[in-house]
Design a protein around this ligand. Sequence first.
Ligand SMILES: [Zn+2]
Length: 97
Amino acid sequence: MAEITKQVKVPANVCTIVVKTVCDLCGVEGLTDNPWAEGSFDVEEVTISYNSGHNWGQDGASYVEEEFDVCPNCWENKIKPMFAEKGVESRIPNVDY
Ligand SMILES: [Zn+2]
């Protein structure tokens, strides 16, 4: 028995990727996966998020991730002063290994 074949076009996958990140407070634009860093080994991350829902481990999860994109300049000059007005200082654990 012989296999009879023909060539067909398979459409390319379409996916969504981040092409830039825009600070929600000042509008400055950052790059893709490490938006606020100068170099690829630099760490400049700001995380302001709230996750709400359920996580059952390996059985799955269902929750909402709510977040803001904020640049390091707005972290220093807008977010930290807002907390400082409430008498709250940030925790500063150091990562060094
Ligand atoms: Zn900003």
